[in-house]
Write a protein that binds this ligand. Structure first.
Ligand code: SF4
Length: 473
């Protein structure tokens, strides 16, 4: 489990799909910067380009233009250093008796080891350590005896955890979202002079980039089968509750994306307002820690009346520290990434608003920077509750021992990051800001209680196996 990724699938009529998939991948590059890939199916063959690094490093325009085929899938990936290699780059393609499957997966299976061992005993050989390959092997097994929808239904009965994936089975595009809807997935239509057809993607910005029309979110437990210009929807199961990852709203998704009916920008604005109500402070200015703190800082400013003034300038050509692969790289990245606008903070009482504190090292360095630049006080406000537990469901986070809020109380964290005061948004405040009931959100890393069974962790099971729900096809 070390992935936080973005997926896209495109099915066009009469126009090549590789270039528009590339543009969509570019639009959610923030979801993964370690590898990228595109697979296109055409006339019984697949063509694939995959490589390590960000989208513009991996793809060359002429290579993309030379690929024929109007249906394809794409992926950007993030992993920890251990799994960061080309074997794990996606989409993953497997040949089987009935043709070819190519899968691009966002999420993390909670029972992948158990399934991998079972398949290994049956003679399956794996070429990577990703759980996507487990999904592919299970699906191939089912496709030997069943049609596509029945095979996916049977697959979904076996796999537990978070998964939004797009997949090619020969030249049919398929989109699948897990029954609890952990990770986002949405459907859009593109009608332009260049391209005509459907896009399924992790974030709606991947549709916007083509001036497309956002149609809707793929529903939790839904499978879309897109063949030419025909879309079939199969509601494989109807969960009583969902478990949307709350961190998509706090940090991960772009603010201009719409996820499960909520514009991320609106949620972040409201986070800032709730934070101002919960943790007011006498101060001269409020500044975001760019970029993901920007919208919430505007909300805090609106609610508190404290002037919004930027204290920090970001070097936009350095990656996000939260998802940089090693600790050494992460440290250097902070130094390269942020600089203080000294005249803005000198002699002032500054509120700094950030989306979260993970290990605390970055926060301490930022507070130190602002203090050294002459701020008279530095008050830190955090747009999420303390992260006390790891994520097992698709976002890379450190272990409990590295998570500062798992080890220290809020006053201890305040001291560790050198802040004058520290205020975290409450779980209730976050739920109010998102506007989705807590019973339909995953709050596992914030509460330590997960919505699926995780060995050794506290769980309130919303769903363990698919058969707990009535199929309604
Ligand atoms: S544990 Fe946290 S990061 Fe992981 S899916 Fe749940 S809310 Fe998202």
């Amino acid at each position: 489990m070390k992935e936080a990724c973005g997926v896209v699938g495109a099915a066009f009529q009469g126009s090549k799909a590789a270039l528009p998939i590339y543009y969509s991948l570019y639009s959610f590059q923030h979801r993964g910067q370690e590898s990228a890939g595109i697979v296109i199916a055409h006339n019984g063959e697949t063509q694939s380009i995959k490589g390590m690094g960000i989208v513009p490093w991996v793809f060359k325009k002429n290579d993309l233009l030379s690929i024929d085929g109007s249906v394809g899938v794409g992926h950007v990936r993030y992993s920890t250093s251990g799994g960061s290699d080309l074997e794990n780059a996606q989409p993953l393609t497997i040949n089987f008796k009935g043709g070819t499957i190519s899968i691009a997966h966002n999420g993390n299976l909670a029972n992948s080891e158990e399934l991998r061992l079972e398949l290994g005993r049956l003679g399956h050989i794996f070429i990577s350590d990703s759980d996507t390959e487990v999904i592919a092997h299970l699906l191939v097994k089912e496709l030997m005896h069943n049609d596509i929808v029945e095979s996916i239904r049977r697959l979904m009965r076996r796999i537990v955890g978070s998964y939004s994936f797009v997949m090619l089975i020969n030249e049919t595009l398929i989109a699948v979202r897990d029954p609890l809807g952990f990770k986002p997935l949405c459907l859009g239509k593109v009608e332009s002079e260049e391209w005509n057809g459907y896009i399924v993607a992790s974030e709606s910005v991947a549709i916007d980039v083509h001036d497309g029309e956002f149609m809707r979110d793929v529903r939790p437990g839904e499978v879309l089968v897109i063949d030419g210009d025909q879309i079939e929807s199969h509601q494989i199961c109807k969960p009583g509750n969902t478990a949307h990852c709350v961190f998509e709203y706090v940090y991960f998704a772009r603010p201009d994306s719409v996820i499960d009916g909520r514009l991320v920008y609106d949620v972040r604005l409201k986070i800032g307002e709730c934070l101002a109500a919960e943790h007011p402070v006498d101060a001269d200015m409020i500044s975001p820690v760019p970029d993901s703190g920007i919208t919430s800082a505007i909300g805090y400013s609106k609610k508190s009346g404290i002037e919004y003034i930027e204290a920090l300038m970001k070097n936009r050509y350095v990656g996000r520290t939260f998802i940089m692969p090693s600790d050494a790289v992460r440290k250097k990245a902070v130094q390269l990434k942020l600089n203080v606008i000294k005249p803005n903070v000198k002699g002032r009482r500054v509120v700094l608003l950030d989306d979260s504190i993970v290990r605390g090292n970055t926060s301490r360095r930022i507070v130190d920077l602002v203090q050294r630049a002459g701020a008279s006080e530095v008050h830190v406000r955090i747009g999420s509750p303390p992260i006390i537990s790891p994520c097992y469901l698709g976002i890379d986070m450190p272990t409990r021992t590295e998570l500062i809020a798992s080890q220290k109380s809020v006053p201890e964290i305040k001291a560790a990051i050198h802040a004058d005061t520290l205020g975290y948004l409450s779980v209730e405040g976050l739920v109010e800001a998102v506007g989705i009931p807590a019973s339909d959100l995953c709050l596992g890393c914030l509460t330590g209680t997960y919505p699926v069974g995780i060995p050794g962790e506290r769980c309130v099971l919303r769903q363990l196996r698919l058969e707990e729900f009535e199929p309604d096809d």
